[in-house]
Design a protein around this ligand. Structure first.
Ligand SMILES: CC(C)(COP(=O)(O)OP(=O)(O)OC[C@H]1O[C@@H](n2cnc3c(N)ncnc32)[C@H](O)[C@@H]1OP(=O)(O)O)[C@@H](O)C(=O)NCCC(=O)NCCS
Length: 244
């Protein structure tokens, strides 16, 4: 798909879209899907390897989860190390897509860059740091969540450590997840919800060929204020057409 593709379906009258939409057929998600399969056969991109998040990735994830700037537009509270490790363990355990709200998380690993060593910060983390010594660093993660199994709608989400932002890693991983989702899970549409002020995330959506479909006013109350949400979406047939 071309970067910055801007499909104009939003301005096409519904009756002109109807035939193409009908040709796409009814919802046909290939569920259930267990992301554990990607442990053996991870998704490789030019510079990254994407595989299911594991509880033992917690030290790497904490490196970005503990930075207030990273959390600014994420619905995550600032957690201490123990809370963050527990949160990563829960996210790592989510693997199977079958019903609304189900999700899995893929770790973005950067071959040749070693995992962080947390043994000095957490004496109880000897096992994790021993594993980390031989592992590639997790520089961010990508989530796929079921918005609606009935209507074949999936949601994507992402976070990358600031040291690795501005280098195209998020785009590289998100393109791979977008393609994997359409090819393997077969949604009719993918979408992303973001704080309307999150310019970096909006730019990433546009690099993926997604269209801004709505700005939902005062949709969330976080950190003591009402926040607007931007909704981005991409139809399966737009993705297919852009790929040729
Ligand atoms: C949203 C987020 C993942 C985007 O990360 P990102 O690194 O800006 O995104 P990309 O990978 O697309 O990088 C694009 C930038 O890298 C640059 N770049 C450098 N080398 C590149 C390469 N080889 N290929 C592509 N782009 C490259 C691009 O020019 C672009 O720079 P620009 O932003 O100045 O235009 C990141 O800002 C983030 O983690 N934010 C905090 C968490 C968050 O808010 N998540 C979203 C919640 S909805």
């Amino acid at each position: 798909m071309h970067e910055n593709a801007t499909p104009d379906l939003a301005t096409t009258p519904p009756h002109e879209r109807a035939a193409a939409a009908a040709a796409d057929g009814p919802p046909a998600l290939r569920f259930p899907f267990d992301a554990t399969a990607l442990t053996e056969t991870p998704i490789s991109t030019e510079r990254l390897v994407l595989r299911p998040l594991e509880a033992s990735d917690a030290p790497d994830v904490f490196e970005y989860q503990r930075i207030p700037d990273v959390l600014k537009y994420l619905p995550w509270p600032l957690r201490d190390r123990a809370e963050a490790y527990e949160h990563t363990a829960k996210r790592a355990a989510a693997r199977v897509l079958a019903d609304d709200g189900d999700f899995f998380v893929l770790a973005m690993t950067l071959p040749g860059t070693p995992s962080v060593d947390d043994s000095a910060a957490d004496a109880s983390a000897v096992a994790a740091s021993a594993a980390a010594a031989v592992r590639d660093r997790v520089i961010g993660d990508m989530m796929v969540r079921v918005s609606s199994a009935k209507h074949a709608q999936l949601e994507l989400g992402w976070v990358v450590h600031p040291d690795f932002q501005g280098k195209g890693y998020a785009r590289e991983a998100a393109v791979a997840i977008r393609d994997f989702a359409f090819e393997t899970l077969h949604p009719h549409r993918i979408q992303a919800f973001l704080d309307a002020r999150n310019a970096a995330s909006a730019a990433l959506c546009e690099r993926l060929g997604m269209r801004r479909e709505a700005t939902i006013l005062e949709e969330q109350y976080n950190d003591g204020e009402w926040q607007d949400t931007a909704l981005y979406g991409l139809l399966r047939r737009e993705w297919a057409a852009a790929r040729g």
